[in-house]
Design a protein around this ligand. Structure first.
Ligand code: ADP
Ligand code: ZN
Length: 747
């Protein structure tokens, strides 16, 4: 007999309580529940003077707090997290160096963790009719400038979260209540209807007969599914090659096998059109999960999946954790998209976690894209993924012609211009033919910034190291990182300068709109970016009228670059390719190539062949040339070669350690200490560690930012020593250390 003491069950439960979802509290597990309390269970706990319902996130043997209160009762003895999802959460916590609580919070939506009413921070402010009446407004402007300021910001869009508005306008809740009392705004809670697809009719569709390329791709997927063990197929197909039809038929195969499936799409392409195509095939068996749902809707959809009433889930990133039983297939559409990376703890990449989840259930993963990521292509080269390639459009339409316009020699009335004569003539021709145009510019607002012509001063956000963007219509300067806004100062604010003029540098969508409406006064123009599209209804409304042909030219940021299908669009223009090409990031070229190709994919989806104009000051850039020729392979080969030489991903794993704090000396000091402690612990033949430097975005929302990057063949070779250092080094609370494993953004 061994005389080691019996394994003792953990005595502390970390609980998140309904009334304070963002905090965790420790409770004692009383003797009577010892061993029965599990993560994922709902419990009743004392909270202040009352009792509350909460949710067990994790179990521990000790707590940094004393005098803990005990759990009072178990609400359900059936944990909401299955063992399968629990082990996925554990893996994320360890791989991404995140607390298990964060991982668990990620796999279980807030709407499910929490019972009953919706949260306070989901209050929205919506301007009323009265807010648009000038005489009424001018009264407010005179008598209550703070209220007027809030109203101005609100009127930039059509609705705003109350908490955002309070911060942006620097006013109090009281200011907004006064506006509500005067009838200028309404304050409402987030959408209340529970069935996201209620009242919508869906035409049932039948599977199409696949062409040869599609059939070949489906065969590879089905073969993987029939083997019931992890298999990954990369479907690399040009825009319009019929990838979605392949997904639909693969999903049908999963259902035939009695298995469930998940389809991930980037939030931005989760349009009604997309949902319609899936709902048309699977009807009530489909559940939709995305961020525009109200808590109630999300709660209901989640439970429909859990009960097995819905077996196919379509959703954005976090839908990956939907409680689908007997999971047989995960589709990750637009797999190259950066938005699959979550930028808060746990900083997971949905594409990578999808492969982990599939491994656990023996599922097949389908990664789809017209421009697959460098990482996935390399995984094909290494034999980890199977490739299915589609070179033809399923609808027999031609790919658009791409013209690169060299902007270095373009002048309009002797001045540098936003629009080349080629583009203007192209647009004129299309409008005359009654066709539609989309113009793309990766920057909203009017001008990127104001500059004082006398002293060169550029107004910056007081909290972030970023120039403020000029919004002309309302005469505001706005920070695109934190939302800070102020009126345009009448004169330069630099002491001793006070010049009265500003010049504009860098153009935004608003300026494109203004100038273009002068050139084409008879055309109907609309701008679509996050300034004009603050609600999902505004977005759908504009897309609706564009589809009906009520709009001739649609101008927008990347919002319009993704997945939309407009048959009458025959010309697409990239107004300033350079804004995308020259970001301080080793992935800038890859992103630019993907973006140009996506944008080009918007042209010629109907019966008329499309054309694409890319305006740039660097026409020989490899990403521009590859996009022009539609030459994916050469681009990827060159890119892979460069990455190999520099040991960047996919030839290493990149871990970025961020240091943030309000005092720049603390930040510098802590980052230096971590580096010094870490370096001797690393095997420097394998791990390349760069010393800490100020981040490209050196200041954000009052925080100074430093970062340190490591390139390592295996994540754990770096994260294990790092974890050790972070635990043993005395890091002051004033400096926050954030670890980003497989970082996709280096800003
Ligand atoms: P992708 O997702 O690759 O961009 P889609 O799936 O949207 O392409 O397909 C483009 C168009 O071609 C759609 O209108 C679709 O209905 C049509 N299509 C797809 N497959 C076929 C097919 N086998 N036969 C006829 N039309 C098809
Ligand atoms: Zn800011």
């Amino acid at each position: 007999m061994s005389n080691s003491p019996p394994q003792k069950a953990p005595s502390i439960a970390r609980v998140v309580v309904d009334v304070a979802l963002d905090k965790e509290f420790d409770y004692l597990i009383p003797e009577e529940f010892s061993g029965t309390v599990l993560p994922g269970m709902q419990v009743q706990v004392p909270f202040g003077r009352r009792t509350a319902q909460g949710f067990v996130l994790g179990l521990h043997d000790s707590s940094e707090f004393t005098s803990l209160k005990p759990i009072q009762a178990l609400v359900s003895d059936d944990p909401l997290i299955s063992p399968e999802i629990m082990s996925l959460a554990r893996w994320m916590a360890s791989y991404y160096l995140a607390p298990i609580e964060h991982a668990i919070r990620t796999v279980l939506p807030g709407a499910v963790r929490k019972k009953g009413a919706s949260f306070k921070q989901q209050l929205f402010a919506v301007p009323t009719e009265k807010a648009t009446l000038e005489p009424e407004l001018s009264v407010i402007r005179r008598r209550a400038p703070r209220q007027a300021a809030a109203l101005d910001i609100l009127l930039m869009g059509s609705e705003m979260l109350v908490s955002d508005l309070v911060r942006a306008a620097k006013v109090t809740h009281g200011t907004l209540r006064s506006l509500e009392e005067k009838g200028f705004i309404r304050i409402t809670e987030g959408v209340a209807e529970r069935d996201p697809l209620k009242g919508q009719e869906f035409l049932r569709t039948k599977p199409l007969e696949l062409n040869e390329e599609q059939a070949d791709a489906l065969k590879k997927i089905v073969r993987g599914m029939d083997q019931q063990k992890l298999h990954v197929v990369l479907v690399h197909g040009v825009t319009g090659s019929g990838k979605t039809e392949i997904y639909l038929q693969a999903l049908a195969h999963a259902l035939q096998q009695g298995r469930g499936a998940i389809v991930l799409v980037p939030e931005i392409s989760l349009t009604p059109q997309t949902v319609e195509r899936f709902r048309g095939r699977f009807g009530e068996g489909l559940a939709v999960l995305h961020s525009h749902l109200s808590d109630g809707e999300r709660h209901d959809e989640w439970h429909r999946v859990r009960r097995g009433e819905a077996t196919v889930v379509v959703g954005a990133r976090s839908a990956l954790f939907a409680p689908v039983k007997n999971l047989g297939l995960i589709v990750v559409d637009e797999e190259h998209e950066g938005t699959y990376k979550q930028e808060e703890s746990p900083r997971y990449h949905a594409r990578d976690v999808a492969v982990m989840r599939a491994q656990g259930t023996g599922a097949t993963v389908v990664l789809g894209s017209a421009t697959p990521s460098v990482e996935s292509i390399e995984n094909v080269h290494r034999g980890k993924y199977e490739l299915a390639r589609l070179e033809l459009r399923a609808d027999d339409r031609q790919l658009p012609r791409v013209k690169v316009v060299d902007m270095r020699h373009q002048r309009y009335e002797g001045k540098p211009t936003l629009f080349s004569s080629d583009l203007i003539e192209g647009i004129r021709l299309r409008l005359n033919l009654g066709e539609q145009v989309m113009l793309f510019l990766n920057r909203r607002g009017y001008a990127r910034s104001l500059t004082c012509p006398e002293c060169g001063y550029v107004p910056e956000c007081p909290d972030c190291s970023m120039a403020l963007t000029y919004h002309k219509r309302l005469g505001y300067l706005r920070c695109h990182f934190c939302g800070y806004a102020e009126r345009v100062p009448e004169r330069c604010t630099q002491p001793g300068c006070e010049a009265e003029d500003w010049t504009f540098s860098g153009s935004g969508t608003e300026k494109v709109e203004t100038q273009l409406s002068r050139i084409f006064p008879a055309a109907s123009l609309r701008r679509m970016d996050s300034d004009t599209m603050t609600s999902k209804h505004a977005y759908q409304h504009v897309l609706g009228s564009f589809r009906k042909g009520e709009i001739d030219i649609l101008i927008g940021t990347q919002m319009i670059a993704k997945g939309l299908h407009f048959p009458n669009v025959t010309l697409v223009g990239v107004v300033n390719a350079d804004a995308t090409l020259h970001m301080p990031d080793f992935r800038a070229g890859e992103r630019a190539f993907q973006l140009f190709t996506q944008v080009a994919g918007r042209a010629g989806r109907g019966d008329v062949a499309g054309e694409v104009f890319i305006q740039t000051y660097t026409p020989t850039h490899p990403a521009v040339q590859a996009a022009r020729r539609g030459d994916f392979d050469t681009f990827i080969d060159e890119e892979l070669e460069a990455r190999r030489t520099l040991r960047y991903p996919p030839f290493s794993r990149l871990v970025c350690v961020h240091f943030r704090g309000e005092d720049v000396r603390d930040v510098e000091e802590v980052s230096g200490r971590v580096y010094d402690a870490l370096e001797p612990l690393l095997d420097l033949n394998q791990v390349m560690l760069s010393p800490p430097v100020p981040s490209p975005l050196a200041r954000l929302q009052k925080y100074f930012r430093y970062q340190m990057t490591a390139r390592t063949p295996k994540v754990i070779l770096f994260t294990r020593p790092l974890k050790h250092v972070l635990q043993h080094l005395n890091i002051p609370r004033s400096v926050q250390v954030v670890v980003d494993v497989d970082a996709v953004s280096l800003m």
